[in-house]
Write a protein that binds this ligand. Structure first.
Ligand code: AKB
Length: 320
């Protein structure tokens, strides 16, 4: 029987992945943890506990006590926030991953680890169209450097100690349940919330900035399938490229106008523009699609339809 630990269960990915894993493995077998309080459905639907992944002693006790077999480590300081406090962000992103890898190495019950990487591992020297799985990687952000170093450590622990750690280079993730915090792709979520609340959005990257994106449901499905796959069928033990549609603010704005014709956009690029300019414009995720039977279901139109209708419901519910 699987017993799963989620670290970062209150975050953008964790708040949705926890529910999916509880559906698959049973509510009582999925332990949601975070350093902060979690949404009501995470706390009501199964075990939830405050846990700081930086506290290695507490972490190993938790894993042993609950006979954990799989760990999903989703906590990280994202690209924009990491630039504000580089040394602290490096410390949090790297030390937390090393704590998880060490626990997985030391505790025999732990059979698999999931840790998300990011398109931030790429940099200015990387080909930006259909960025290949293996290519030049010279990230210029602290977040990107920590993700690239993390990928290397994951492969090291796999090869040297046999730790079965799996990873995806997530693009920008679009979701309505929990908003992201501090990333360069956050505009693709903020734009929908602001369109509904104010019929206007001031975007922090320029209108033609094309970035790889993916709807959260596709990301969750990709993650679950990766974790269920036979180890022997995996060709990447660092992280796989994975993506949905590539989107620019102008494209998303035009699509939102199908629902809200008087929606207006302004542009005020800030420091995140420079980050976006070093990231891929589109991704070649052929290796992942070949190894795992997966492809994204959501395109821009279906993403917009779901985002608009779900955010409207959410706002209405918060008013009643
Ligand atoms: C960010 O923008 O920092 C993240 C990411 C692409 O990893 N969403």
């Amino acid at each position: 029987m699987e017993r799963i630990l989620i670290i970062g269960a209150a975050g953008q990915i964790g708040s949705e992945l926890t529910l999916k894993l509880r559906e698959i493995y049973g509510n009582d077998n999925v332990y949601a943890t975070d350093v902060k309080d979690a949404p009501a459905d995470i706390k009501a639907g199964g075990p939830f506990q405050l846990l700081d992944v930086m506290d290695d002693k507490h972490l190993i006790h938790f894993v042993i006590r609950h006979k954990i077999t799989q760990i999903y480590h989703l906590a990280a300081v994202l690209s924009g926030n990491a630039e504000k406090l580089p040394v602290q962000a490096w410390h949090i992103n790297m030390d937390s991953l090393m704590n998880i890898l060490e626990v997985a190495k030391l505790v025999e019950d732990v059979k698999k680890v999931f840790w998300p990487s990011s398109i931030a591992v790429f940099g200015a020297s990387t080909p930006r169209q259909m960025t290949p799985q293996v290519t030049y990687m010279e990230p210029s952000t602290v977040y990107g450097i920590s993700k690239l170093a993390g990928e290397r450590w994951c492969e090291y622990y796999n090869k040297r100690y046999g730790v079965d750690v799996r990873s995806l280079r997530y693009p920008g993730l679009i979701s309505y349940k929990t908003e992201p915090g501090g990333g360069t792709t956050d505009w693709a979520v903020e734009i929908y919330f602001e369109a509904i609340k104010k019929k206007a959005y001031t975007c922090f990257v320029s209108e033609e900035t094309l970035m790889p994106m993916m709807f959260m449901d596709d990301a969750i499905e990709a993650t679950v399938r990766l974790m269920e796959a036979e180890h022997a069928s995996l060709s990447a033990h660092s992280a796989y490229n994975v993506s949905g549609p590539s989107l620019s603010p102008a494209m998303v704005a035009a699509d939102i106008q199908r629902h809200i014709p008087d929606f207006t956009m302004e542009y005020a690029p800030d420091f995140r523009q420079q980050i976006a300019d070093t990231w891929p414009r589109s991704m070649d995720d052929g290796n992942f699609r070949k190894d795992i039977d997966w492809k994204p279901v959501f395109d821009l139109i279906t993403i917009t339809d779901v985002m608009i209708s779900e955010i409207r419901k959410k706002i209405k519910a918060s008013l009643t």
